[in-house]
Design a protein around this ligand. Structure first.
Ligand code: SPV
Ligand code: MG
Length: 436
């Protein structure tokens, strides 16, 4: 009996999948290499369904003998092990990300006289178009909640951008660029206290209350499917924090980050220019533990944010706190800094690695913005948050337009700064929640 190897991500099964499996069974026993979340996330969005669910579906399709794990787009490791007589793939892969893969397969198969079979591409319903439709429908709170943990398992670094409204949520959801053969986009959303407050013309001092913050979360939930990390400020008193955790979880938010401050919280980027007090280790650790006890799901993450570098309490204090907060149950540590270089963050990363317990590390490179994602990733950072850039870029653009109208006594001179009227009226499609 011959063996035929097919690779798939199989997130949404269409008749095209069943057909190619059927064609493969005519040649021999079908082994499917199922791409892991990580392999898929390397070149496009994460699959809707986790690996085990996709595997379960495939294993129950008539004609599939075995489903094996394929850890990257590159088939070669699996081919060397299985030595199939045939590899089958539709003939539509001569461009894009799979170009190099194809030649590698042909060369590998040659070693034992195997052949690449390329049945012609069948137009019709594709999983890509179905996937888009699914995104238009949205997601469930449960699916969204678990997505941050899945991303952390699948990707070396998770890239998050701030949103403070339904509209900025749409930007975080939809903007993508093509870099080389890869589609690059944001993995999730930061619900910043700074920009949520600033959009309401309020200072970032925990004055915008939780009810109002949750309204913003609601607007963002409506226009997005990506995971949300909520900026919980200090988390308030522990008795209130447990309610915050439950509310966020119920909505499908993936994580809350709380900072080890007490009293009147001011924005961290003021540093020591304004009086700010750091909470003591025991009390903050207790708040984390109480939050962990309050949560209902396994997936919700409570991330502890350490302000020692901001408040000039020193590296040793920061590291001591990281250890204590992890022991208290924190699912992640955010180390904040307002220096213009990443030097102190890098020192923290180096020492943090020595803990060896792999609790994800989060950074917010607002002031040390020259530092690249690659540098942060190499230092062991798992989540990078662009915390305020959408609001900071929108504000000067609006000022420029307002000044132009005043200066010229008419609006046409500002048109070059504005999107066309035709576009704004179509930006949010009627009859849907705006995903496009
Ligand atoms: C926020 O975005 O609200 C933050 C990050 O908490 S920072 O503004 O740097 O404190
Ligand atoms: Mg904040």
């Amino acid at each position: 009996m011959k063996t035929v190897y097919l690779a798939m991500s199989a997130d949404i099964i269409t008749p095209a999948h069943v057909n190619i499996i059927r064609e493969a069974t005519a040649l021999g026993e079908v082994v499917i290499g199922l791409l892991t979340d990580s392999a898929v996330a390397g070149f496009q969005r994460m699959p809707h369904m986790p690996y085990d669910e996709r595997k379960f579906v495939l294993e129950n399709i008539v004609g599939v003998k075995e489903v094996v794990i394929q850890e990257s787009l590159d088939y070669v490791t699996n081919l060397q092990r299985i030595k199939p007589d045939y590899v089958m793939h539709r003939d539509d892969w001569n461009t894009g990300v799979l170009r190099g893969t194809r030649q590698g397969i042909i060369d590998t198969l040659k070693q034992w006289g195997g052949k690449l079979i390329e049945p012609s591409y069948m137009p019709g319903l594709t999983s890509a178009s179905l996937s888009q439709s699914l995104r238009d429908v949205g997601t469930t709170p449960q699916n969204r909640l678990g997505m941050l943990k899945r991303l952390l398992e699948a990707k070396p670094m998770v890239r998050i951008i701030e949103a403070h409204s339904g509209l900025t949520g749409l930007i975080a959801e939809n903007v993508s660029v093509q870099v080389d053969d890869q589609r690059r986009e944001f993995d999730g959303i930061w619900m910043s206290s700074l920009t949520d407050s600033a959009a309401k013309a309020k200072p970032d001092i925990e004055y915008v209350d939780i009810t109002s913050r949750m309204n913003t979360v609601g607007d963002i939930l409506e226009t997005t499917t990506k995971p949300i990390i909520y900026d919980g400020d200090s988390g308030g008193i522990p008795e209130h924090f447990v309610f915050m955790v439950r509310t966020l979880e119920r909505l499908g938010v993936s994580a809350v980050i709380i900072e080890d401050k007490k009293g009147l919280k001011k924005n961290s980027l003021f540093g020591t220019d304004v009086p700010q007090m750091q909470d003591n280790i025991e009390d903050f650790a207790d708040k984390i533990t109480r939050g962990k006890q309050a949560q209902v799901t396994d997936e919700f993450m409570i991330i502890a944010r350490i302000e020692s570098l901001i408040l000039k309490a020193g590296m040793d204090d920061a590291l001591k706190r990281a250890k204590a907060f992890i022991a208290a149950g924190a699912n992640g540590i955010m180390i904040h800094s307002k220096e213009e270089t990443a030097a102190e963050v890098m020192t923290f990363c180096k020492e943090y690695k020595k803990f060896g317990d792999n609790v994800p590390l989060v950074v917010v490179p607002s002031t040390y913005s020259q530092t690249t994602e690659d540098e942060l990733e190499a230092a062991g950072v798992r989540i990078v948050i662009y915390a305020n850039q959408l609001l900071r870029s929108a504000y000067p653009a609006m000022i420029r337009t307002a000044e132009s109208i005043l200066k010229h006594g008419r609006a046409s001179d500002s048109a070059e700064f504005c999107m066309p009227i035709k576009e704004i009226i179509r930006l949010i499609p009627e009859g849907s929640e705006g995903r496009s």
